[in-house]
Ligand binder design. Structure first.
Ligand SMILES: Nc1nc2c(ncn2[C@@H]2O[C@H](COP(=O)(O)OP(=O)(O)O)[C@@H](O)[C@H]2O)c(=O)[nH]1
Ligand SMILES: [Mg+2]
Length: 240
């Protein structure tokens, strides 16, 4: 449900990074923050415990390029991964436009990934969203570590539906981080056929005819966007 402001010709998208604790959500935001021009980004606001685990959430505003004459503003948020913080996760998920699910690719983290992706589905359902409709990117993170499952194994074990947008990443090295953001933004914007025709303010998340948005089968409106999307809809080779 993007927020459109016609007077200032601006679209606001809320993108939530979801996933198990210590999977790399905060690391994604830190990399984006460190590598975005100061005039295009706001402060990265993090509420961590002493052990650096995200207690509440991280938040960062970013300005992106233009889309059909409208400026795109993003609100990037993370959720706390620990089981105990389900209420916080639900709060952060409200009015979400797109989700990046950050998978911890380590073999030992499989159960945590599984619980978290099911928890995402449940929480989206509770607020009337559908994980099969909402723009979603699966980021397979920590590909640099030795004991990781293959992407095929992770896809099967986590029951990732065929055709969902995926990115292989090593967020700690910055690999795949911008690609993930560009991909989710593009999927979100594919719902906004023409911002000029949307009502002022918040619009319903599921616009008529938007069913295919999660799956990059209907081509996103790349010609109108100034953001290049490398390898949209496929898992890139790690060294690309
Ligand atoms: N080796 C490796 N470590 C990572 C990667 N991404 C994150 N980490 C580390 O994993 C830990 C947890 O990351 P964090 O971003 O705080 O996880 P969050 O709980 O999902 O926000 C930190 O020590 C990160 O440095 C990665 O791609 N590779
Ligand atoms: Mg965190």
């Amino acid at each position: 449900m993007p927020v459109v402001q016609h007077a200032v010709r601006e679209i606001l998208l809320k993108i939530v990074y979801y996933g198990p604790g210590l999977g790399g959500k905060t690391t994604n935001l830190r990399h984006l923050h460190a590598n975005t021009r100061a005039d295009l980004r706001g402060k990265l606001l993090s509420l961590d415990t002493e052990t650096e685990r995200t207690l509440f959430f991280d938040f960062m505003p970013v300005h992106l390029g233009q889309y059909k004459g409208y400026t795109i503003r993003l609100h990037l948020c993370t959720v706390p991964g620990q089981i105990a913080y389900d209420k916080t996760r639900r709060l952060v998920l409200r009015n979400v436009d797109g989700v990046v699910f950050v998978v911890d690719s380590q073999r030992a983290a499989l159960d945590l990934n599984f619980d978290s992706i099911r928890n995402l589905e449940e929480n989206l359902l509770l607020q009337g969203d559908d994980v099969n409709v909402l723009p979603l990117v699966i980021q397979y993170n920590k590909r640099d570590l030795p004991d990781v499952l293959s992407i095929e194994e992770l896809r099967t074990e986590l029951s990732v539906p065929h055709g969902v947008a995926e990115v292989a990443a090593s967020a700690v090295n910055g690999q795949g981080v911008f690609e993930t953001l560009k991909l989710i933004t593009k999927l979100c914007l594919s719902l906004v056929a023409d911002p000029a025709t949307l009502p002022e303010g918040r619009t319903p998340s599921i616009l008529p005819g938007a069913r295919a948005s999660m799956y990059p089968v209907g081509r996103p409106p790349s010609s109108q966007m100034s953001i290049p999307i490398p390898g949209a809809g496929r898992v890139p080779k790690f060294d690309e």
